[in-house]
Write a protein that binds this ligand. Sequence first.
Ligand code: CO8
Length: 259
Amino acid sequence: MHQYENLLVQIEQGVMWLTINRPEQRNALNQETLQELGDAFSQADANDEVKCIIIQGAGEKSFAAGADIKQLHERKMLEALIPGMQGLYKKIEQSSKVTIAAVKGYALGGGCELALACDIRIAAKGAKFGLPELNLGIIPGAGGTQRLSRVAGKGRALDMILTGKIIDGEEAERIGLVTYLAPDDELVTKAEEVASQILKKGPVAIKLAKLAVHKGFDVDLETAMLIEKLSQAVAFGTEDKREGTAAFLDKRTAAFTNQ
Ligand code: CO8
């Protein structure tokens, strides 16, 4: 695994921990950090040892305070058309590994959008979520206008985007922006607990379940059901399916092999 400038990477028992490490800049996501995140995801996807990726921010104050405004200030119109942050977050959403955002402190703008691109969001009670891009004369451009609407509803997304208000972890849980809430000092434990459930599952079934949910969400119901059925047919052809069902009948823990 590469050594990065702005990202700490640790692999422990099937979990890759990615820690955005620019705490003095509130973990603002500059181009270098985004590139490192992309590289770490490529490495994770190619590594069978990794089943789950947990993203967190270094320090107590921030998960990620969004795109680096110093760099945004210099960016020209056509540069907004490159895949950039939106492309990276698509890659994260489409990762074959389960992704968890463990949010403490600020998750603003591109930081909130990064959490939204993950499969599961866990927040400390004191976390602060917001999409304040309109204050800067721009709009959420890394999936925020779409993913927030999808998890919290169009009305709440419009409210958060148009007012730029910042909500705490409890409010984020109430509106469905986060899945789990934890006391500030138990965030890591909660993330480990959720990851431990995922580690017991077969990697092929994880990939297929993610594919069916994510791809199915954006198409009509009939097509979505077909995606589910075809994904299930693939699962039925795997050794993991034979092992999982046999283990249940033998009253033992399944030993999945990713085949
Ligand atoms: N970018 C650059 N630097 C930042 C950022 C940021 N997003 N956030 C904080 N910093 C820096 C500050 O400039 C400051 O630096 P310095 O010490 O050198 O002056 C340092 O971090 C500490 O910041 P504060 O003193 O402000 O710390 P506080 O704890 O008082 O406040 C906040 C923390 C509330 C997070 C505050 O810093 C803040 O409001 N930050 C900006 C949040 C924001 O507006 N985020 C949205 C950015 S835009 C975006 O994400 C767009 C994504 C889509 C892009 C698509 C492009 C095509």
